[in-house]
Design a protein around this ligand. Sequence first.
Ligand SMILES: NC(=O)c1ccc[n+]([C@@H]2O[C@H](COP(=O)([O-])OP(=O)(O)OC[C@H]3O[C@@H](n4cnc5c(N)ncnc54)[C@H](OP(=O)(O)O)[C@@H]3O)[C@@H](O)[C@H]2O)c1
Length: 348
Amino acid sequence: MNSNELHIAVVGATGAAGGTALELLLERNHPAKNITAMASEKSADRKIQYGDSELTIVHARAEAFEGIDVALFAAGGYVSRRLAHKAVEQGVFVIDKGSIFRMDPSIPLVVPEVNGDDIDWHPGIVSTPNCTSTPFVMVLDALRALSPIKAVTVATYQSVTGTGVAAQEELLEQTRTVLAGGEPVTDVYPHEIAFNVLPHVDDFLENGYTKEEQKMLNESRKILHDENLAVSATCVRVPVEISHSESVQIEFETSVGINDVKRVLGDYPGVLVVDEPSRNEYPTPLSAAGIDDVLVGRIRKDIAHENGIALWLSCDNLRKGAALNALQIMDEALRRNAFKPAAERMTT
Ligand SMILES: NC(=O)c1ccc[n+]([C@@H]2O[C@H](COP(=O)([O-])OP(=O)(O)OC[C@H]3O[C@@H](n4cnc5c(N)ncnc54)[C@H](OP(=O)(O)O)[C@@H]3O)[C@@H](O)[C@H]2O)c1
């Protein structure tokens, strides 16, 4: 099958991640034969702009997947749980952006630059990581070529689009209200997000970490195929619209040189080193927003840890953190002729 024969569905097309998937398809002039935009029943029949044409939103339900080759699911866990397997039964290759399949051992969790080979054993569904895990594992994968990684401490600075369109609107509305001297209304987050930071992303677990922090450990281990990797994360929501940033401290088994760190990061696909502090050049969420690369800078020896390196990264959570990674999985599966589930490919 070729790209121009594909019928692609984007489930959650009116949302932050799904909307970005459509933007990327358009930006890349994807030659798909057909694109179907799906969302909830309340959006059915609404028209959305797609370049010079319009797409009519289709209500996402099992029957809607007939004739579709590949579906990017970005409509939350409830929708994926209800519809992903029904789509697979109809021959659809599903790429899921939510969290429900990520730790299922029968379903690969893929960042193509790191573990593209895992696409080969998919059972009809490939899962994509959390938007903080994706740039994180790319950096760890590049750096473990220098020396085995002993432990990683990471603090995130996550934008509101990571929570979706409603959270983005809440930040903007609260900001306007506070500047006008009013009392902001909180709905999506438990506290005001305008002019504030919340050390709270996703639900709290019994061990004191949040689910988001636990995901960074579990997903990194699965993607990097390293069950011994030690990761301690603190995930923080900040009043930024787009792009997540991360302060990362990595302890290696042996000493690594700063120039080698810069070299392997610079050579890694999808990573761009932006590290000229004397010229005030380092990654920021604004400089990462709207671009595909993971930006890495502030690379230095970690003076608190022997064999330690500290760095800072920023990455567009809607692009590489979500939609771009999903589209890259689609392209990689096509290149590998691996749209069908592994079991079916073996019998044909
Ligand atoms: N935002 C990110 O940075 C990011 C990164 C990685 C992964 N993800 C994942 O992507 C998924 C979507 O997140 P988001 O941030 O894009 O959320 P969002 O902006 O709130 O969008 C949610 C989308 O899901 C659709 N939807 C809701 N209920 C539905 C239903 N019952 N049937 C069909 N469609 C339904 C919505 O359609 P209506 O407009 O019709 O309600 C909307 O298109 C989540 O699983 C999230 O974990 C997001």
